[in-house]
Design a protein. Structure first.
Ligand SMILES: Cc1ncc(C[n+]2csc(CCOP(=O)(O)OP(=O)(O)O)c2C)c(N)n1
Ligand SMILES: [Mg+2]
Lengths: 325, 334
């Protein structure tokens, strides 16, 4: 199979799911014409009636998906930008997350909500947000955030097959960032598994989404300076692969958690807390978190935006400090 | 032969001064948008840019009926509304550039213009999020026994959102002085509005018991008179008013739009309704304008837009530390 980028991997996976299972359908804004990022390009034509344009109505896009899932359908909802999902927060958190719980497991809700998240496209305050922490806080929803085409593919397949609501986060800057031969990619991932992507003895980085790529780039640079990093691709935030997280922390005794979301209450706090609770005696330095500053919105100006987002340089600098501790 | 006796004093109810003003503003908006598009192509403006060309009559006709104490709140396609409200073109262009002299100092960009002093409470890129805010402003106006009116502008795409219905219901229930002004340009991104709506927009507004009008959104005079009736209605304490203005955007949804959903012929057809040319020819007919006069307007606008670009080019990049200012009231600085 040829090499594909993330968008192509997503499109092919959606196409296959629509072909293989007539309970699968897609609902979202502009999806019939292919969507803002072209993730559903051509699918409406290939699967008539099963790729459905919705008006701007995020709460209903999610609510309708819940209703259809009640009847055993396998809806895949697209929220055009993660920034627009907030109107549907209530449907996801108050309704979707609780169905299997309140029915004592008599019914599950097999549904996927795909949405592009993250900054770096000069989109400013309403087109750049990180939303994962709102949902990882909510038991009853799975949250996945891949970085490479092959993982997008296997995790999207797994999300569609999963009997639970899955929030599938697609970092928009990863869409065309790298290509991968998905057929011969590393072992298929499943939801709830992290991957140690790189091994090095000096310190361990944890990341997901675009920041995973930045961590890998920083590690490459640091290796040239004699600092060897372990890099963990978290892939699935909820459920989290606690075992791999702890193992990777214990391997080096120095931990750098990186995310693009703002610091306070961000998902990095959860990683740090787990390691502090369960791997304290292995630590050789205080746990470091590198995140966006606590500012209410991604600024528009390009230099301000760059200041807001962690990147390779900032990661390398934090890692050097940590290595020297 | 003396022309004075033949020159009418009004043009469909507009004074000559008003007509001059409307023409200037519409040409200014048109040129400002074209220039913004150029600056985007040159990489001076980044991110998402949504141009307003074609819809000028809506902003100019509606905003100009307001008094200083009135408010405007609008969607993300907001440059035209800001210019019509009299925001400084220099500071708007500087914001599109993300510079320190921009209205938001580079924090907001194209979709988030504002000017509190001018009662311009912002562009909103979360579609429909500002409709309840407009009702809140209307409620404040009533509670404080004031008579300011809020002009709330949005696109046809807003109509599918729940907040649209919540806002209309409460505005009507509480008789808030809000003008809901729907710029129906036939599309929400690439989706024709008929494909997103089970009924007519004005039918919906009427269902909430709101006085509703349909106007030709490419006729500035028509828009102006409708908006004037709306302001009088709201000012008199008779509750909200709904205007659906049928208009058309000439450019794509944003700079990135390949426009696969419509034909060039369709765009050309709507260009025949062009608001600027329409007012221009009516003014010529009235004997208020000749070619030289129109050229003078174009020249003046060219200077204004060039100045805005020069201003933006010269404006410094914002200081990164300033990002921490004003997160909470306690952080006020600068
Ligand atoms: C809540 C929300 N959902 C979706 C979007 C993405 N989006 C931005 S503009 C737009 C279409 C809006 O159409 P309309 O209201 O008709 O305004 P127009 O672009 O035609 O001026 C969409 C879907 C958004 N910005 N906010
Ligand atoms: Mg529209």
């Amino acid at each position: 199979m040829a090499e594909v980028n993330v968008l192509e991997a997503i499109r092919e996976t959606l196409d296959e799911a629509l072909s293989e299972d007539d309970r699968v359908f897609i609902i979202g804004e502009d999806v019939e014409a292919g969507g803002v990022f072209r993730a559903t390009d051509g699918l409406a034509k290939r699967h008539p009636g099963r790729v459905k344009d919705s008006p701007l109505a995020e709460s209903s896009i999610i609510g309708i998906s819940i209703g259809a899932a009640h009847y055993g359908m396998r809806p895949i909802a697209e929220i055009q930008f993660a920034d627009f999902i907030h109107a549907g927060f209530d449907q996801l958190c108050s309704e979707a997350s609780r169905w299997s719980y309140r029915t004592k497991g008599e019914q599950y809700l097999p549904m996927v909500v795909r949405t592009p998240w993250g900054g770096g496209v000069h989109g400013g305050q309403h087109h750049s947000q990180s939303i994962e922490a709102y949902y990882t806080h909510m038991p009853g929803i799975k949250v996945v955030a891949p970085s490479f085409p092959a993982d997008y593919r296997s995790l999207l397949k797994a999300s569609i097959a999963d009997p639970n609501p899955v929030l599938f986060l697609e970092h928009k800057r990863t869409y065309r960032l790298v290509k991968q031969d998905v057929a011969n990619a590393p072992a298929e991932t499943s939801i709830g598994r992290a991957r140690i992507t790189r091994r090095g003895a000096d310190l361990t980085m944890f990341a997901y989404g675009l920041m995973l790529h930045e961590c890998l780039a920083a590690s490459e640079e640091l290796a040239g300076e004699g600092i060897e990093c372990t890099v963990v691709d978290l892939l699935s935030l909820q459920p989290l692969d606690v075992e791999t997280v702890l193992e990777a922390a214990r391997m080096t005794g120095k931990v750098l958690v990186v995310h693009e979301d703002t610091l306070t209450g961000g998902f990095g706090g959860e990683i740090a807390a787990l390691i502090a609770e369960h791997a304290f005696e292995y630590l050789d330095a205080p746990i470091r978190r590198l995140a966006a500053p606590d500012i209410p919105a991604m600024p528009y100006h390009h230099a301000m935006e760059a200041f807001f987002m962690p990147d390779k340089q900032k990661i390398a600098a934090a890692a050097r400090d940590l290595a020297a501790y | 032969m003396s022309t004075e006796t033949q020159t009418p004093t009004t043009l469909r109810g507009l004074t000559r001064e008003q007509a001059d003003h409307f023409l200037h503003q519409m040409v200014l908006i048109r040129r400002f948008e074209e220039k913004s598009g150029e600056m985007y192509t040159k990489g001076k403006i980044r991110g998402f840019l949504h141009l307003y060309t074609g819809q000028e009559a809506c902003a100019v006709g509606a905003v100009n009926v307001l008094e200083e104490r009135d408010k405007v709140i609008t969607h993300y396609r907001d440059h035209g509304h800001a210019l019509a409200r009299g925001l400084d073109p220099n500071r708007i262009m500087a914001e599109l550039y993300g510079r320190v002299d921009g209205v938001s100092g580079g924090r907001g960009g194209s979709m988030h213009l504002y000017d509190v002093e001018k009662g311009f409470l912002g562009g909103y890129a979360i579609v429909t999020a500002h409709l309840p805010l407009a009702v809140g402003l209307g409620l404040a106006s009533n509670l404080q026994n004031e008579d300011f009116v809020t002009l709330c502008i949005f696109g046809d795409g807003s109509v599918g959102e729940g907040e649209f219905h919540e806002a209309l219901n409460l505005a009507a229930l509480w008789d808030t002085p809000v003008i809901f002004f729907c710029e129906n340009n036939l599309y929400g991104m690439g989706v024709p509005f008929q494909q997103s709506l089970s009924t007519e927009i004005s039918t919906l507004a009427e269902a909430y018991g709101i006085t509703t009008e349909n106007v030709d959104g490419m006729d500035v005079v028509d828009v102006y008179h409708a908006a004037k009736r709306a302001v009088e209605h709201c000012r008199a304490g008779s509750g909200p008013y709904f205007i659906e203005a049928l208009t058309y955007r000439y450019r794509g949804h944003s700079m990135a739009d390949p426009e696969l959903y419509r034909l060039k012929e369709e765009v050309d057809e709507h260009r025949k309704r062009d608001a600027i040319q329409r007012l221009r020819s009516e003014m010529v007919e009235a004997g208020w304008l000749d070619d030289a006069g129109y050229q003078a307007v174009v020249d003046r606008v060219e200077r204004e837009v060039d100045e805005a670009v020069a201003f933006a080019d010269a404006s410094p990049e914002p200081a990164l530390e300033s990002l921490f200012d004003n997160i909470l009231a306690e952080d006020a600085r600068g």
